[in-house]
Design a protein around this ligand. Structure first.
Ligand code: PCA
Length: 321
């Protein structure tokens, strides 16, 4: 052997010794920050996939809208700009109202309700996504939604005129019915929206309140558990079916585990973040007067939603006791 061929043999030997394994690296687009429990759950999901496939399928998580802005993530998965991503399901309301069932105030007000609602909603959601070439991998709810304000409020009428931070069309509709002025702001942009004076109140969970240090810009949290909106992790169907079968199975198994773990994490997060908020600002159980005003808005929105969805919609709502 000449020096050259010997060197070549050394260089190529390790490559030839390996079986022709299909190595795939995916990017994943997510909207929420690293510290959020949803993102932590995604990182565990990704680690499970990597382990189960012996490193043949690796997924790089781009959190906090760093790859695509939240409103672009679903379309990016659909168009295979990225194979996998996370989205707040109800943000797709404008594509089909079925996606927004878990965003209607006072339909599902506990984890038990949220599960019942999801069971009824799931087949319809899967069908809509499938029509766009997308497969649903799993969903995880946010803890219950409440209001953050600077002023103390005794009734829904006290909210009138507030500049209200919302996160999608459904929350904006609610804000409108409450006589407030809605502005849609992504979770990662909340502190800036308050500091620049665009908003002075918001709707979100205790979890997002803690992540954004809501006490820096609001004084009161109204613990309403008004609804439990879900994040969903979705994958492009063509990208999924291009994987070898064992990798597909690894992804599905890790997704099932992530769904179970995520629902549990969400419940734990609700308790710990409401406690954490209590140390920094005033946490209120809502008064009966406030609740009755809010329930009225919830009823209007339920009726509007059923009207849009049709008979199927009523069945979905009826699944919650
Ligand atoms: N946090 C997200 C969605 C719901 C929630 O609790 C947000 O506020 O944008």
């Amino acid at each position: 052997m000449t020096m050259k061929t010997a060197a070549l043999a050394i260089l190529t030997a390790p490559l030839m010794a390996l079986p022709a394994a299909a190595q795939t690296s995916w990017d994943m687009a997510t909207p929420y920050p690293d510290a959020e429990f949803h993102t932590k759950n995604i990182r565990e999901f990704v680690a499970d996939v990597e382990q189960a496939t012996g490193g043949d399928l690796t997924i790089t998580v781009h959190s906090g809208q760093s790859l695509f802005k939240h409103p672009e993530i679903k379309r990016s998965v659909q168009n295979q700009l990225v194979p996998i991503g996370e989205v707040l399901m109800a943000n797709l309301y404008n594509e089909d109202p079925i996606f927004g069932a878990d965003n209607i105030p006072f339909v599902a007000t506990s984890y038990e309700d949220a599960r019942a609602l999801w069971e009824a909603q799931r087949p319809l959601v899967e069908e809509k996504l499938a029509a766009d070439g997308i497969r649903l991998l799993y969903t995880v709810p946010w803890p219950g939604q409440g209001f953050y304000t600077n002023r103390e409020i005794a009734s829904a009428a006290d909210l009138q005129g507030e500049r209200f931070r919302t996160y999608n069309a459904t929350t904006s509709r609610m804000a409108e019915l409450l006589g407030t002025v809605p502005t849609t702001v992504e979770a990662v942009e909340i502190p800036q929206a308050f500091s620049t004076g665009i908003v002075d109140a918001m709707v979100t969970s205790a979890a997002t309140g803690v992540r954004t240090k809501a006490w820096d810009f609001t004084d009161h949290f109204y613990d309403l558990n008004a609804w439990f909106p879900k994040n969903m992790v979705i994958v492009n169907e063509d990208a999924f079916s291009a994987l070898p079968e064992d990798q597909q199975q690894a992804l599905l198994d890790a997704a099932a585990a992530a769904e179970e773990r995520g629902w549990r994490m969400s419940e734990e997060e609700m308790t710990s973040t409401v406690d954490a908020l209590g140390k920094e600002l005033t946490v209120h159980e809502p008064s009966e007067e406030l609740m009755s005003g809010l329930r009225e808005v919830g009823e209007t929105m339920s009726a509007e939603w059923v009207e849009e969805v049709g008979a199927e919609g009523q069945e979905v709502l009826d699944a919650v006791e």
